[in-house]
Design a protein around this ligand. Structure first.
Ligand SMILES: NC(=O)c1ccc[n+]([C@@H]2O[C@H](COP(=O)([O-])OP(=O)(O)OC[C@H]3O[C@@H](n4cnc5c(N)ncnc54)[C@H](OP(=O)(O)O)[C@@H]3O)[C@@H](O)[C@H]2O)c1
Length: 288
């Protein structure tokens, strides 16, 4: 605990939450950022130590690791080089004397979705590296609702590009961050791989029913055509590799959902993980 924990992806959605949870536990941190302006959002969260660099740049990565006791590596989502970056990160941790690498992976890295498979490769490389590690496998975040909340609340339609009956063990990012902070700041999690899922496997239909109860007016679940979703993403400038990944991911979700088990999260947190209703009440309804 005397040496800093380097957090990559620090300025992102996941990184900011985890940093908040880590600083609440008194952890000493170093945030790896690629834009100096990112300091503006991280200083108020209690970060004082920054390493400015790029995950694609070995020199900046190696420099950032100097003096760190641990690394919590959060790769940018669907990065086409995620496996390569994770391998280099693992090697650099080993050569710079980092005690443990905590890898932010994903629930079921084994499924045939490109970014899951790249995380699987990262896990395998880390396990075989001989480095002390903890692998965290978070489920789909409840916070995906934030991107469509305005339209859901106004139109009464909850729409995602997969079946309304496909089920997901949605997890509250607040819980995931707390679990990550516990793992990073307490002993006993060496060489563990933890599935971090919510307790309830919810479909869009289930979410719509919960929203109906919370909003006091009908919310209907409707499958959005995948082509329509991808066309909008294309127009917004999403790169082709990510569009391809999105297509495969949403087709997989449509057929299988993404279901895990919340018991490990409950054990780590020492309480029940938050429900979807609790998340919506705290982060969405409080905005009104
Ligand atoms: N969303 C989910 O439901 C879910 C579930 C399980 C796992 N995950 C995983 O969680 C991870 C993080 O997702 P997120 O939503 O937090 O991502 P995000 O909000 O997009 O944040 C990405 C972060 O990576 C940084 N970054 C991007 N490219 C970089 C580079 N070349 N070098 C250094 N930093 C770079 C960004 O910095 P800037 O601020 O400069 O852009 C930002 O801090 C992903 O690996 C994803 O697969 C997500």
């Amino acid at each position: 605990m005397t040496q800093p924990i380097l957090v990559t992806g620090a300025s992102g959605n996941t990184g900011r939450r985890i940093i908040t949870a880590l600083t609440a536990r008194g952890a000493k941190l170093r945030a790896f950022i690629r834009r100096s302006e990112a300091q503006d959002v991280l200083v108020p969260l209690g970060v004082e130590d920054f390493a400015i660099g790029n995950l694609d740049d070995d020199a900046s990565l190696a420099a950032a690791l100097q003096g760190c006791g641990q690394v919590l590596h959060i790769c940018p989502p669907m990065h086409p080089q995620e496996d390569v970056i994770a391998r280099r990160m693992t090697d650099f941790c080993a050569t710079t004397g980092v005690n443990r690498l905590i890898l932010w992976s994903v629930l079921h890295p084994v499924i045939s979705v490109p970014h899951h498979r790249r995380k699987l490769d990262a896990e395998q490389y880390l396990i075989e590296s001989g480095l002390t590690y903890t692998i965290l496998q978070p489920s789909r975040y409840m916070q995906h609702l934030a991107g469509t909340w305005k339209s859901v609340a106004e139109s009464g339609v909850h729409t995602m590009p997969f079946s309304t009956s496909a089920r997901f063990s949605l997890a509250d990012l607040e819980d995931l961050a707390e679990a990550a902070a516990i793992v990073a700041t307490s002993p006993g999690h060496e060489f563990a791989t933890y599935q971090l899922a919510g307790m309830d496997a919810l479909s869009q239909g289930d979410c719509a029913r919960i929203l109906t109860g919370l909003l006091g007016r009908p919310v209907e679940a409707r499958k959005r055509p995948l082509e329509d979703f991808l066309a909008q993403a294309t127009a917004a400038g999403m790169p082709q590799h990510r569009l391809d990944n999105m297509r495969i991911m949403n087709e997989h979700y449509d057929a299988h959902g993404l279901i895990g088990n919340g018991q490990l999260m409950q054990w780590l947190l020492g309480r029940k993980p938050n429900t979807f209703a609790q998340y919506v009440t705290r982060e969405m309804l409080a905005q009104k």
